[in-house]
Write a protein of this length. Structure first.
Length: 273
C-alpha cells in the first residue's frame, strides 16, 4: 500500500502563524521517516483570529482543494498522511474519509471534544466545531457522513457543558486519559479500521508547543503505546495538527511527535525498504 503525504500550508481558524510554520516542519519529519515527497495545498496567510464564519469563509477555497486532493488519494488506493495547521482542517478531510471508508473509525486525539455547533459555541472558535461538522451536527458546507458509532474521542479532558452532555449520553465514545489507556483504546476500536487524527494538545503541556495547554494530558510514551494499539488494525489514514513552532529551526518537537507515531508508519516504511 502506497502513502500520499500532504502538507496543508494554509490558515484555517488560526490565532497566529505558528501552526502554519509547524505544519511544514511536520511534513519534513514525515518525509524523513517515510522517504516520500509531499503535495502542498495552500500557502500561509496572516491569521485573522476572527469568528467561526469569517474564518471558514477565508479558509474554504483551500479546504475545498484539500478535499478534492484527498478524494483522489483514496480513489487511487493510497493512504493519506497529512500535516495540518489547525484541527479545523478536519472539516474538509473527515467527510472524504467517511465517503471512501465508511467502515473506518475516526480516532480523535484531543484535549477538547470539538463537538460544538454555531448554536452552542461561546468562543466562536472554528476549531471547536471541527469534529461536529463531519458528524453532521451542523452544516459546514464541506460535507458530513461520519457516523457517531465510528467516532472515538481520546484524551479529552476539557469538554464544555454542551459537549459533555453528548459524551455522557454516549453519542460519541470517549477514552479518557489514565492507566491502561492503550488497552482501553484497543477495546474501543475492537479491530476495526482506523483513521487517526492527532491534535497535539492531547499531550501534557510543555511536551510540544501548542496553542492550548490543558493539564492531565498524554506523554509521548503513552501516545506511542496508543499508536501501537491502533497499528494492530488497518490504518486508512493519519492527520496531525495543532503543533506550533517557535521558529523555522524548531524541528525537534515535530521529530519527537513523528517518532511517537512510528508504529502507525512502520508498514509504509517497510514497503519503502
Amino acid at each position: 500500500m502506497s502513502i500520499a503525504l500532504t502538507h496543508f500550508a494554509a490558515r484555517a481558524g488560526d490565532h497566529n502563524d505558528r501552526a502554519m510554520l509547524a505544519s511544514r516542519l511536520l511534513t519534513e519529519a514525515f518525509t524523513d521517516r517515510l522517504g516520500t515527497a509531499s503535495v502542498v495545498i495552500g500557502t500561509p496567510s496572516p491569521a485573522i483570529s476572527g469568528g467561526w464564519k469569517e474564518e471558514l469563509d477565508a479558509a474554504r477555497p483551500d479546504l475545498l482543494r484539500l478535499s478534492s486532493h484527498l478524494d483522489e488519494v483514496f480513489r487511487e488506493g493510497a493512504v493519506p498522511v497529512t500535516a495540518l495547521s489547525r484541527c479545523a482542517v478536519a472539516l474538509a478531510t473527515l467527510p472524504v474519509v467517511a465517503r471512501h471508508r465508511p467502515d473506518a473509525v475516526v480516532v480523535w486525539f484531543d484535549a477538547h471534544a470539538d463537538l460544538h455547533t454555531p448554536g452552542t459555541t461561546d468562543s466562536g472558535y472554528l476549531g471547536g466545531l471541527a469534529f461536529a461538522g463531519p458528524l453532521g451536527l451542523w452544516d459546514s458546507g464541506l460535507g458530513a457522513g461520519l457516523r457517531a458509532d465510528n467516532a472515538v474521542l481520546v484524551g479529552v479532558r476539557d469538554p464544555d457543558p454542551a459537549e459533555r452532555v453528548l459524551i455522557e449520553a454516549g453519542a460519541v465514545a470517549s477514552v479518557l486519559p489514565g492507566p491502561d489507556l492503550a488497552e482501553r483504546l484497543r477495546r474501543a476500536i475492537a479491530g476495526r479500521p482506523v483513521y487517526v487524527h492527532i491534535d497535539c494538545d492531547v499531550l501534557e503541556p510543555g511536551i510540544v508547543p501548542t496553542d492550548y495547554a490543558v493539564r492531565g494530558g498524554l506523554t509521548l510514551d503513552e501516545l506511542h503505546a496508543c499508536a501501537g494499539a491502533l497499528a494492530e488494525s488497518e490504518v486508512v489514514g493519519i492527520e496531525v495538527g495543532e503543533l506550533e513552532a517557535r521558529s523555522a529551526d524548531d524541528r525537534a518537537p515535530a521529530r519527537e511527535l513523528v517518532a511517537a507515531l512510528s508504529p502507525l508508519l512502520e508498514p509504509f516504511t517497510m514497503v519503502r525498504s
